[in-house]
Design a protein around this ligand. Structure first.
Ligand code: ATP
Length: 378
């Protein structure tokens, strides 16, 4: 990422609208509308055709592995990158041809890019001075922003006199001081150490909720995306493969990729077979309850999270039991992780608590929490 000072010409904000994908329940236009956006770098499809609606006031994250196109998509929205095809609208206006400084957006970068020779106060005031706002207005806005990020006591310091977490909060205050319609954030917490990052996640969420500005956030850290976002756009190879709230992405991933990228997942190799006269999803010879194989045939994959499997010592007299062998158990302070072999597959079971009644070598029976198995797309 380049260390470009964030600039904006802050225009409208606070318009209550909703995205097209839920237009039926919301009935409004999205605040950011991306249509058919593509970008190729030397034969590599960095963004391979993206349609996206960002809702006003939401905290939307682009999540995905390194190289999947998150930053390129964000930079296209910001105007730092020209798409080869497609368009970007903000608040109903096509901004595809506008340079970054004429877009009603602001960006916060991984490296805070604060001006080292300016005080915290002057860093926050910078964009407003560029726009030649009245001095009193600037002073009031700076005070408001420093209070928002809880740095009033650091106003007179220089960037080398504050911590990394504080510097990122100054960068945030500087970006928000321009009252952008949408704030774009490119992995803003990466440079911080783990403990500070956790605090900053909470801070960002609080600030976003307090001011209601739409945030579009890039991260490759699924826990971070889960902790902060109202919706996550999961990306792979230049495409958005699933767009959903964190809970839905975790509970109902649409693909093997989504299941494996967000949280731990057991991927069960199943077959669609006739069972008691009905079509059923069968795993290790037993139908999995609650899964509808409608329209599917042959081999399919089902997903179960480790915490949705229960293991106990097999009774040996229940022919319906799903039985495996406990290969290993590890204790993690307040839960156990058991690895259980069923046929050629190893399943992971997470058991809460500090004692466990099963041991390596045991024949164990597995039960799936009702409704927690999910059939994945091919
Ligand atoms: P990361 O999490 O590692 O930052 P990302 O998901 O943000 O990854 P991008 O930075 O958008 O991914 O890159 C997408 C693809 O485009 C990658 O293959 C990358 O190498 C390539 N790419 C990005 N920018 C350029 C560029 N300026 N020139 C050439 N290739 C580029």
């Amino acid at each position: 990422m380049s260390e470009v000072a964030a600039v904006a010409d802050g225009t409208t904000s606070g318009v209550r609208t909703e995205a097209v994908d839920t237009a039926a329940d919301a009935g409004g236009a999205p605040i950011v509308r991306v249509r058919g956006v593509r970008k190729t770098f030397g034969g590599v499809d960095a963004v391979a055709g993206v349609d996206l609606d960002v809702r006003t006031g939401e905290f939307l994250s682009f999540l995905g592995p390194s190289g999947c196109g998150k930053t390129t998509l964000l930079r296209i929205i910001a105007g730092f990158e020209r798409p080869d095809a497609g368009s970007v609208e903000v608040a109903g206006r096509d901004i595809t041809a506008l340079p970054p400084n004429r877009r009603p957006l602001n960006m916060v970068f991984q490296r805070y890019a604060l001006f080292p020779h300016l005080t915290v106060r002057d860093n926050v005031a910078f964009g407003m001075r560029l726009r030649r706002l009245p001095r009193r207005e600037i002073a009031a806005r700076v005070a408001e922003m420093l209070e928002l990020v809880q740095l009033t006591h650091c106003a007179g310091r220089h960037p080398n006199q504050i911590s990394g977490g504080q510097a990122q909060r100054v960068a945030l205050a500087r970006a928000l001081a321009n009252d952008p319609t949408v704030l774009l954030l490119d992995e803003p917490l990466t440079a911080l150490d783990r403990a500070v990052r956790g605090d900053m996640q909470q801070e960002l969420k609080r600030i976003q909720a307090e001011i209601g500005t739409t945030f579009v956030y890039v991260t490759h850290d699924q826990e971070e995306a889960m902790a902060m976002s109202s919706r996550i756009a999961l990306m792979s190879e230049g495409r958005i493969v699933q767009l959903a709230p964190p809970g839905e992405l975790y509970r109902r991933p649409g693909s093997v990729f989504a299941a494996g990228f967000v949280g731990d997942a057991n991927l069960l190799r199943c077959r669609v077979e006739q069972h008691a006269g009905r079509s059923a999803v069968v795993y290790a010879g037993r139908p999995l309850p609650g899964l509808d194989p409608a329209g599917r045939s042959g081999e399919v994959r089902a997903m179960v999270r480790p915490e949705d499997l229960k293991a106990r010592v097999a009774s040996g007299d229940d022919a319906g039991e799903l039985v495996g062998e406990l290969v290993s158990s590890t204790f993690h302070g307040f839960f156990w992780m058991h690895r259980i072999r069923i046929g050629h597959e190893l399943l992971v079971v997470r058991e809460a608590g500090d004692t466990s009644s099963i041991r390596a070598g045991d024949a164990v029976a597995l039960e799936i929490e009702p409704g927690r198995a999910v059939l994945l797309a091919d």
